[in-house]
Design a protein around this ligand. Sequence first.
Ligand code: ATP
Length: 308
Amino acid sequence: GQVVVRSSEPTGIMYRSINQSLVDTEKLLALLSQPTDINDREDAMSLVVNDGEIEFDNVSFSYDPRTTALNGVSFKVPKGSSVALVGESGAGKSTILRLLYRFYDLPQGGGRILIDGQDIRNVTQKSLRAAIGVVPQDCVLFNSSIGYNIGYGKFGSTPEEIEQAAKSAQMHERIVTFPDGYDTTVGERGVRLSGGEKQRVAIARTLLKNPPILLLDEATSALDSHTEKDIQKALQNLVAGRSSLSIAHRLSTIASADLILVLKDGQIVEQGSHTELLALGGVFASMWAEQISASGEAPTPAGASDPL
Ligand code: ATP
């Protein structure tokens, strides 16, 4: 159906800002059952990002008064570092990303979320979301050219910038095989992209947006090993120098994370590097063992199979 927007703003701008936030939040929004009604404070300031350090300070949150989604969660994502969230379904991983993106405000007594020392409840949503790039599991494509779809990450991006982003996202070589290169229509009425290709489009868009903070939701579906390698390389280019918080489903992909947080029932039950968590022999180690026996994969990263 058609969406009618009534606004005193020029329609073009309005349309673009709605569309932009749809692009950024599609997956996270898909997870929400109700619309958000977060309001900026009257005296809200613009977020000022210097280092891009994120802090969750004793965060507790419930969607529903009878249950708790997060319970006393504290951690830091230091400047430019990568933190991965793991845990079974319902453990609270997506809630952490949604709260940082401010789909919900923390209630009084529910702790604080800070970016470079600023409580995100005190800054404008616009400035907060401008600082955060989201790479969802499944990126929505417009029925338009692949170039347009990538260029969407930054208003007024040049063909050179789009090509550079596509290269870093390991997508350029695929695009040049399309009948009209960057002008080829993709989406339902054009060339259909695979899940892995769509994720690389999302990575390219985010490279153009160039945010200091990243939220990543790894695809749950298994990808072939070639695609997996391309995506890992694209992600490496994206996360370099940025503070990132990612939800990981395949534990092998986060062996290089600076810190892994293991969540269970809304609490952090273990934390450390991949090697440290395996040595701990707890929740993470058993999840790891389970994934290996399910996939039949050799447990190569971090020397997990090393008898010493
Ligand atoms: P998954 O891996 O399945 O995505 P997750 O670790 O991301 O799980 P969350 O989505 O953060 O888990 O959910 C944490 C808890 O909050 C769960 O108990 C879940 O049922 C509940 N929850 C999540 N979203 C909502 C919502 N919109 N309304 C009510 N409860 C919710």
